[in-house]
Each structure stands twice: as structure tokens, then as C-alpha cells.
Design a protein around this ligand. Structure first.
Ligand code: GCB
Length: 643
């Protein structure tokens, strides 16, 4: 959420829900180079300091942003993108809670600082959790929430006079409150016989380490001063004609012309249009199909947008190319349909997590993960428990991996976290998320939360409002949240399109008793279906296994137990997928870091791959299963993307 809009929201918010309007200013197109746009990545080493002062406010009191950081005290080298927690040898920094300061000095190309027809934008891919940004000591913006990008037009600051360098300072605070997403609490421990003065810990109700820092690229990009600010594309089919509806928002001038062309993968123009809004028709369209569902999955067209405007300084053009997949999504009482065909989610839950870099974006890791997903034969994943990087979604578009895109609504269990303050923030996060991810064909459903205390009284109003707003913002996709509440007590379930249930039979209860899984799981599905008649997804199930631990007969934490537990689930899933179960997502793709606890052995070990992405026995089991399921549901005949 960009600070500044909150007041207006409080007044207008309730009026806007349900009518598709949004108060977010501006679009959030992925920064792509084009004939009119350049980009400069600021990845690499930044100067860094954590503010260890008692109140954590020394940086503000001494105004560390006013001069180079090295002048106000010692600094560390900190890689970006990366979490700051695991790169050092300092245990105190690993668990630091409070403000940390990042700084980078850069030289800008001369044209950027001298050409007043160039707009220079500073974009931060993700800063966890609250961020304040200064350029050359001038405050430019604040943003709440990790996982989603934010940006500021800094042209005036860098074009105000002769400039040799530009200093970017970003202060980031990872403190969570009952109203943040995810929520958290700070607990002061005041018993002087046990804790030193001022001692506090941060408590969270989610099961992953609260990594912090600049997790994704920071970059500068340029556009002309009259520019394409946002593009929204939705697609449909009429017989074999693909329909591409587009809407383009232009900023900077009222006198402009927009031309669009849709190109196929060979670069052939398939349709053309003029105007900021319209529909393109593609005869015999190639549809965007999920991985292994079609001989040519993930077909992507390119929508080339050209803006021409008359400005005081003469004619200006801006160009932007957006990948477009033509596909439809629909839900019936018992099916999830993609392009009118039943789709079964065979996939995983993931985390953005790896050793050393924490939640820092990393290309080799990303490519490895996609290679593993395809090796598994998986066709889907959920972005548990927050929005992943834009590059992840781009690869999903390209490979046909279907995404349930989840908000950071994880650990909403305190009554305060269902208050209007929290709800308002959650609504804004959904706006930011949809604004960023709306054009990805791979994203087929929004997930608003994971395991909220949806049995609490205020949960009904909370989810009713949140779901209505999400649907108003994007009527083209189904909406869900992931529950572990009893079917009779869940106050949010009436409003979702798909029931997503997490259960850990024979792990968190009846431990060691795999023989009860089939009965308990069948009962779970039957109860929910009887109550709601909506398609269901087993959105989590799994067991911890430490790689190399073997016990036969299986004992908990051995690879055999993990595998055996999955096999029991599969028996029931194979029955119910013939009726109304439309997917299964294993918990988890890979082992990941959590808070320390007596039930976590250096993190959560429910991965079917280790944290270093090596397979455990369960990975081979799932691979066999997923390829078998893929062969059963392959629907193609050879031709033009139609069955
Ligand atoms: C869950 C949570 C997930 C945990 C998992 C576990 O239900 O949704 O975040 O990591 O269980 O392993 O306990």
C-alpha cells in the first residue's frame, strides 16, 4: 500500500466495494525494455546498517538519509536481492527486528538527467516489510507490505541540476503487528529476573522464517513523459475465435493515439486495433493450455502497444509489449474448467526460500525449481503464502504451470486481525496484487488467505467483503481462501468458489497411525461437499522427512513414513477426483526455514525435495503419480490448439 491513500480509503472504501473501482494510483506494468524504454538494474552490493539502538529509531533521530550512510557509522556490504538474515555470521543480525538501512550510490546516463522528455522511475520489487525511500536525501515514498512492487517518479529529483551521482536510501522495518499482512505481535518480556531491560520477541502465527530486506531487484527505468501506464487484458473464446479484450491507460497527455497489434509466436500480425479500449479477434486461435495437457502448451501471443502523443516538446511515442495467453477459466459444481475442459491441479505448494539468500530472488534457483516441477509432471502450484516474484509468474506463463496466486494473508488468527483496519489493508493488498498479476494467463485463481481463524465471528463479514471486492476487481477469476476450519464452523466458506482444505491426518494428530487416513480424509471430503456442493482441492497434506532417515516399517520423520502417508492420501484422492475433487497440492515442494521450535529440525522438513533441491523418496512417488495423471487427462489431438 502506498501511503497517502489511507485517509481517502476510510471515507470512500465502503462505497467502492462491489463496483470494481480501485483507489490505487497508476499501473504496475513489469518494467520491460522497448524502443522507448530503458532499464538499469541496481542489483549488487549495497551499503547496509541495522539500527541496534534501544528504540530502533537512531537512524531517524540522526537522519541517516541526509548524507552517505558511511558518514553516520560503520556499514556492511549487503547483496541485493537477498534477505539480510543469513548472509553474515552475526546471530543478532539473523534475528534482528526493527529498522535496517540500505544505500546505493549510482551514476545515471547523461540523457536521463538532461532530457526533460524522459521520465525516470525508481522501482522496488519487494521490500519486507515497511519501507521508506529517499533519493539524495529527499523523501520520495513509503510502502507497506513485502512481496509486491512499488515505485516513484524521481525525474524531478534527478533532473534538477548538474548531477554527478544519485544516492538511494531505503529504510526497511520487519516488525509485524496484528494489522499487518502477515500479522504478528511484539511481546515485551518484563520479568527482570529472566530478561534484560527492554527485552522483546516477535511472535508470528505462520510457519516460515520472517526473512527481511530487499528481496527482489531495485531498478530504474525510463518512459517518455507521456506514457503507457497500465494495460488490462482479458480473453474469451467464441467457437474457435479468440477474443482479446484490452484496456490501456495513458498518463501525461489527453491528446494521444493508441495502436495495438497482436502477434503470434512466429511474429505474424494476427489482429490490429486502434483506441485505448477494444476487442481483438483471432480466428483459429491457439489457446494457452497447461503443461502436459496439450501438444503445444502455454501458447503466448504478443500484444504490441504503441502510443503516439503530441506534447509541448513535440511528438512522443511509447512502446510496450505484453505477452498474452488466450484461455478461459470456469467453475461448475464439481469441476474446474480451463478452455472448457476439466482441469486437475496436480502440484505443489512452494516457498520463496533457499539457504544463504533466504527469500532473495535468484535466477539459478528459479530455473532449477521449474526444471524440477516439469520433471515431476506437476502442472500447478500455489504461491503459499504470499505473492511470488513477477519472474516466477512469467515462467509459469511460458511453461504452462497453473498458479493459485495467494495474498500474504497467512496467520490471521487474532480477533484484532479481523478488524476494519486489517480488512482495509487486506483490500488494498488485493488491489496491488491484482494490478500486478492480472495479465498472467497462468494465474487462474486468487487465494485470499491461508488457514485464517474463519470460525471467529467477524470472519464472515471479513471474507464476504474481501471476496466481493476481489471479484469486483477481477470478475474473470474464481476466488478462494485455504481453510483448516471445521466445515460446520467456517464462516468464510459460503463465499468462495472452490473449497481448499488443508489436513494433516496421521501427522499432527493420530501420529504414527497411517491406517486412519483413508477414513478421515474421505469423511473430510464428504462433509464439505454435502455442505457446499463446490469443487474441492486438497490444498495441503504431507509429512516431515529427514533425507537419509530410513525406517521400515515406517516411523515418523523417515522417508518411508512420508511416502507411506502420501500413498494413503492418494487412495482417497483417486476416488474423489472422479466426483468433485479437482486438485492435490503437496506440502511442500522443498524444505524451508522456519522459526526455531522443538518441532522443527532446522526448518520444516515436509519438502519432497531438500532445501538444496535433492529428491527424497516421496519425490519419485509423486513423479510417477503425476505423469500417470497427466496421461489420463491429456486431451489433445494434433491440430490448431483445439481438441
Ligand atoms: C500448515 C500451514 C503451513 C505449514 C504446514 C506445516 O497447515 O499452512 O504453512 O508449514 O501446515 O508443515 O505445519
Amino acid at each position: 500500500m502506498l501511503r497517502g491513500s489511507a485517509g481517502a480509503w476510510a471515507v470512500l472504501g465502503p462505497l467502492l466495494w462491489g463496483c470494481g473501482l480501485s483507489l490505487l494510483q497508476g499501473g504496475m506494468l513489469y518494467p520491460r525494455e522497448s524502443r522507448s524504454r530503458e532499464r538499469k538494474e541496481l542489483d549488487g552490493l549495497w551499503s547496509f546498517r541495522a539500527d541496534f539502538s534501544d528504540n530502533r529509531r537512531q537512524g531517524f533521530e540522526q537522519q541517516w538519509y541526509r548524507a552517505p550512510l558511511r558518514e553516520s557509522g560503520p556499514t556492511l556490504d549487503m547483496p541485493v536481492p537477498s534477505s539480510f538474515n543469513d548472509v553474515g555470521q552475526d546471530g543478532q543480525l539473523r534475528s534482528f527486528v526493527g529498522w535496517v538501512w540500505y544505500e546505493r550510490e549510482i551514476t545515471l546516463p547523461q540523457r536521463w538527467t538532461e532530457d526533460l522528455g524522459t521520465r525516470v522511475v525508481l522501482r522496488i520489487g519487494s521490500a519486507h516489510y515497511y519501507a521508506i525511500v529517499w533519493v539524495n536525501g529527499v523523501h520520495v515514498l513509503e510502502h507497506e507490505g513485502g512481496h509486491l512492487p512499488f515505485e516513484a517518479d524521481i525525474s524531478k529529483l534527478v533532473q534538477s541540476g548538474p548531477l554527478s551521482s544519485c544516492r538511494i536510501t531505503i529504510a526497511i522495518n520487519n516488525t509485524l503487528s496484528p494489522h499487518t499482512l502477515p500479522p504478528g505481535t511484539i511481546l515485551y518480556k518484563t520479568d527482570p529476573s529472566m530478561y534484560p531491560k527492554g527485552y522483546f520477541v516477535q511472535n508470528t502465527k505462520f510457519d516460515f522464517f520472517n526473512y527481511a530486506g530487499l528481496h527482489r531487484s531495485v531498478l530504474l527505468y525510463t518512459t517518455p513523459t507521456t506514457y503507457i501506464d497500465d494495460i488490462t487484458v482479458t480473453t474469451d473464446m467464441d467457437q474457435d475465435i479468440g477474443l482479446v479484450n484490452y484496456q490501456i491507460i495513458v498518463q501525461g497527455s489527453d491528446h494521444f493515439q493508441v495502436d495495438v497489434s497482436l502477434l503470434d509466436e512466429e511474429g505474424k500480425v494476427m489482429a490490429k486495433g486502434a483506441g485505448a479500449e477494444g476487442q481483438l479477434q483471432v480466428p483459429s486461435a491457439h489457446l494457452w493450455w497447461p503443461y502436459l495437457m496439450h501438444e503445444h502448451p502455454a501458447y503466448l501471443y504478443s500484444l504490441e502497444v504503441k502510443l503516439t502523443a503530441q506534447t509541448a516538446v513535440g511528438p512522443v511515442s511509447d512502446f510496450y509489449t505484453l505477452p498474452v495467453g488466450i484461455r478461459t477459466v470456469a467453475v461448475t459444481k464439481s469441476q474446474f474448467l480451463i478452455n472448457g475442459k476439466p482441469f486437475y491441479f496436480r502440484g505443489v505448494n512452494k516457498h520463496e526460500d533457499a539457504d544463504i539468500r533466504g527469500k532473495g530472488f535468484d535466477w539459478p534457483l528459479l530455473v532449477k525449481d521449474f526444471n524440477l516441477l516439469r520433471w515431476l509432471g506437476a502442472n500447478a502450484f500455489r504461491t503459499s503464502h504470499y505473492p511470488y516474484s513477477e519472474e516466477v509468474l512469467q515462467l509459469c506463463d511460458r511453461y504452462g504451470i497453473v498458479v493459485i496466486d495467494e495474498s500474504p494473508g497467512v496467520g490471521i488468527v487474532l480477533v484484532e486481525s479481523f478488524s476494519n483496519v486489517s480488512l482495509q489493508h487486506h483490500l488494498e493488498v488485493m488491489e496491488e496484487m491484482i494490478r500486478r498479476d492480472k495479465n498472467h494467463p497462468a494465474v487462474v485463481m486468487w487465494s485470499l488467505a491461508n488457514e485464517p481463524a474463519s470460525f471467529l465471528k467477524p470472519a464472515g463479514y471479513y471474507f464476504k467483503t474481501l471476496i466481493a471486492h476481489t471479484k469486483a476487481l477481477d470478475p474473470s477469476r474464481p476466488v478462494t481462501f485455504v481453510t483448516n476450519t471445521n466445515y460446520e464452523a467456517d464462516l468464510g466458506a459460503p463465499y468462495v468458489d472452490i473449497i481448499c482444505v488443508n489436513s494433516y491426518y496421521s501427522w499432527y494428530h493420530d501420529y504414527g497411525h497411517m491406517e486412519v487416513i483413508q477414513l478421515q480424509l474421505a469423511t473430510q471430503f464428504e462433509n464439505w461437499y454435502k455442505a457446499y456442493q463446490k469443487p474441492m482441492i486438497q490444498s495441503e497434506y504431507g509429512a516431515d522427512a529427514i533425507e537419509g532417515f530410513h525406517e521400515d516399517p515406517p516411523l515418523m520423520f523417515s522417508e518411508e513414513y512420508q511416502k507411506g502417508l502420501l500413498q494413503q492420501y492418494h487412495v482417497v484422492l483417486d476416488q474423489k477426483r472422479k466426483e468433485y475433487v479437482v486438485g492435490e497440492l503437496i506440502w511442500n515442494f522443498a524444505d524451508f526455514m522456519t522459526n526455531q521450535s522443538p518441532v522443527r529440525m532446522i526448518g520444516n522438513r515436509k519438502g519432497i525435495f531438500t532445501r538444496q533441491r535433492q529428491p527424497k523418496s516421496a519425490a519419485f512417488l509423486l513423479r510417477e503419480r503425476y505423469w500417470k495423471l497427466a496421461n489420463e487427462t491429456r486431451i489433445y489431438r494434433y491440430g490448431r490448439g483445439q481438441t
